[in-house]
Design a protein around this ligand. Sequence first.
Ligand code: WQD
Length: 336
Amino acid sequence: MGKILVTGGTGFIGSHTCVSLINAGYEIVVMDNLCNSKVESLARVSLITGKNPRFYKTDLNDYKEMCQIFEDHKIDAVIHFAGLKAVGESVKLPLTYYHNNISGTINLLKVMEKYGCHKFIFSSSATVYGENNPVPYTEDMPTSATNPYGYTKVMIEQILKDVCTSNSDWKVISLRYFNPIGAHESGLMGENPNGIPNNLVPYIAQVALGKLDKLHVFGNDYDTPDGTGVRDYIHVMDLAEGHVAALKYANSVNGFEAINLGTGKGSSVLDVVKAYEKACGKKIPLEIVARRPGDIAESYADATKASEVLNWKATYSLEKMCTDSWNFTKQNPKGL
Ligand code: WQD
């Protein structure tokens, strides 16, 4: 059996997926340019699994370096996590996002074509459902975006569909993640953002740690049960297992398939705060402030397709997600 190339494998979801891949018996090769993650993540993967995956510090856009990986290893499939993913930053730096995410993916696909590797699992996002689809989201709904980051995901999915149309050898699964949170239960790995977190749970974690003084709740006047935003939070290890299931399914895929990876359940900001307070045993001070531009009221998955075709379902509760997030945070107060 060939090896699995994990691009962006030192990132939050990528590193957790490395653990699940190794535990499932795959031999993996990891590449990352370390612009938004640390190679220490791989040391933690080794601590957990006892394996030392080969690592290449390189950039998706470096054709020669990417070819070297395929010269050195027989790559059977690629799981493609590498990409910039901050919505706000993408509005300020659209060309950086389009170059890194789209040109980088095109370069990767060209290298795969050159070496006859046609099995591809793409890290997509619920963000492709845009603002006009009714929840729960199903994979056949139209995609759209409201920011350059979201557009990179929409455009890459289109590129993948067109590549599959041009050559029937391609087997592509686009996994649309909802809101990944939590950490490996060992506390050795977790979400490790640089600077002030944009996302809810890593921000709450810093408040619980005492590094930030309170959570700003972006609006409580949405048309939701308690007025705060509702999202489909999914444990990062559930997400990781979803990738192993997708890799097995990829053998029977012809062309392009999109699959949601979510729990199918929505939780509000205040639900998450309550779960986190239970997990860390502390009160999370908060202040209701204005809505964040671009936010939608509700986003959660119809998770039927994943359960039918991947025989995969999310298993962890919101409380377990918060407990594991807190366990990592208190063990790594300064991050990795
Ligand atoms: C969740 C909820 C906020 C922070 C984003 C990207 C998406 C994906 C996941 C990459 C919302 C509220 C948040 C805070 C708050 N990323 N919130 N105070 O916006 O659903 O999704 O991350 O793929 O593409 O769009 O996640 O965690 O930022 O927000 O009240 O300090 O928490 O309004 O309702 P989001 P989030």
